[in-house]
Design a protein around this ligand. Sequence first.
Ligand code: ZN
Ligand code: FE
Length: 259
Amino acid sequence: MVENSLIVHMFPCLSDNYGYLIHDLETGLTATIDTPDGDEINRQLVKQNWQLSHILNTHHHADHAGGNQQLKRQTGCEIIGPRADAARIPGIDVQLSDGDNFQFGRFTATVYDTPGHTRGHIVYHFAEEHIAFVGDTLFALGCGRLFEGTPAQMWNSLQKIMRWNDNTLIYCAHEYTQANARFAITVEPDNQRLQQRMDWIDQQRYKNLPTVPSRLGDERATNPFLRPDSENLQKTIGLEGSVVDVFARTRELKDQFRG
Ligand code: ZN
Ligand code: FE
């Protein structure tokens, strides 16, 4: 019998990135989500005995697309990435944008444009499998820095993610959770679920275990960047304006935060 689910193989690389290989046993297809480190991705492919067929890029930053050319040269894989930033995705073959589907063996990912961290950032949502690869848009207890976008753009991007099912597993690209938690508790000190989640995060990191993936339902309940409507948060930061204003102020405070 063929394994029915989409296999996700996760591994740490660079200083705080996560690499992901996904595999369909029936077709043998293997994709890497982004290319933080070509050599490490090759080692993981050998370890799994998988052959790379696709690169699914989320955005152009070097810790996401830096290994594209090397892996394409070595494996002949096809590179999929954001249409909105095609010029900055090395070796891109297939350009995708909001609402496009990407067929990976028996599995379908819907692509969403999530500008904010960069101008052209996309996320991949395997809706039936309740799995999403969100790059640097949403982190466990955090969100990406606004390098090339406005708070309104990023808030709009996050709202697309918030429409998904609570049980969706969010695979983000960095292990930033502990630092994010230290900030989150300063803006929403009365959030009990956040307090509980922080205990679990500290235990995981103490054992050198990942805090990723996280459940979208838990992010909704504890991630300050998804909670601009929280009274506790609004009161703490002293701002009751529109959700976009509250989100923008929260992002600013995080940028200034030295925990
Ligand atoms: Zn980035
Ligand atoms: Fe990154």
